[in-house]
Write a protein that binds this ligand. Structure first.
Ligand SMILES: Nc1ncnc2c1ncn2[C@@H]1O[C@H](COP(=O)(O)OP(=O)(O)OP(=O)(O)O)[C@@H](O)[C@H]1O
Ligand SMILES: [Mg+2]
Length: 239
């Protein structure tokens, strides 16, 4: 079966002053895949996702999404074309209600808000009962679910999730991964940035390992999991 390329990043570099946070990175995500981006603190994962979305400007390189060159396009336009970001730190608008957060996520398609809400509640039944609750009073896990749900309200074709498991209890982490797996089965393509290498490699089909702004290894997650360098540096193995 021929794989359809959905996202293609070619030689992207991003600097913050003297710091080169992303250095000549190329990655590809094909339709239907779960691709994981692993790497330690400061490896450049968030910067790469932000550069793909156009929040951070790339100094060089190209981003192609669904065959279109989206390099340097406004974030709003990129989001509208089908790229959704679940930002780091389960960001929600904490003084707004759950419903208002979801409505904001769907503002590109005002006419479809009601039907999109219904499909989001299928994945997150807990949110249906919390519509009037202020988002800031949700538990950490519930806020992460709201953050994912809000991204889904724009009906993205590709979901980029930035460390959705950060700071959550193991049981909640498993729930979040189950939800993401379920979304992938429903047809969503996923690009996941994650420090939790073990979870990420168990979850993804293919992966990229980032170190100080560069991709140093890539391949099917099965291969990465048995790679001695990955085992030593990221999986806590002495073998
Ligand atoms: N706004 C900024 N200004 C200056 N430097 C920045 C900025 N954002 C990120 N950096 C630097 O860029 C590098 C990459 O950071 P980034 O947040 O992309 O890493 P990360 O892989 O997402 O790390 P983590 O797993 O901790 O989230 C780091 O050295 C960081 O200090
Ligand atoms: Mg990050």
């Amino acid at each position: 079966m021929k794989k359809n390329s959905m996202l293609r990043v070619e030689g992207i570099s991003v600097s913050y002053g003297p710091v080169r946070a992303v250095d000549n990175v190329s990655i590809e995500v094909n339709e239907g895949e779960i691709v994981v981006l692993i790497g330690a603190n400061g490896a450049g994962k968030t910067t790469l996702l932000r550069a793909i979305l156009g929040v951070d400007k790339a100094q060089s390189g190209k981003v192609l999404f669904l065959g279109n060159d989206i390099t340097g396009k406004s974030t709003d336009r990129v989001a509208k074309s089908g790229l959704g970001l679940i930002p780091e730190g389960h960001l929600v608008f904490s003084t707004m209600t759950v419903l208002e957060n979801l409505q904001l996520g769907g503002y590109h398609n005002p006419r479809e808000i009601d039907s999109n809400l219904e499909s989001v509640f299928e994945s997150f039944p807990v949110l249906r009962n919390r519509l009037d609750q202020t988002a800031g009073t949700l538990s950490g896990g519930e806020q992460q679910m709201l953050s994912i749900a809000r991204a889904l309200m724009s009906r993205p074709k590709l979901i980029m999730a930035d460390e959705p498991s950060l700071g959550l209890a193991p049981k909640v982490v498993s729930e979040i991964f189950d939800i993401l797996r379920d979304l992938n089965k429903k047809g969503y393509t996923i690009l996941l940035a994650e420090q939790n290498a073990k979870k990420a490699l168990e979850f993804g089909n293919r992966g990229y390992v980032m170190e100080t702004g560069r991709v140093v290894l890539e391949g099917p997650t099965q291969e990465l999991m048995s790679n001695p360098e990955v085992r030593h540096a990221y999986l806590g193995s002495n073998v």
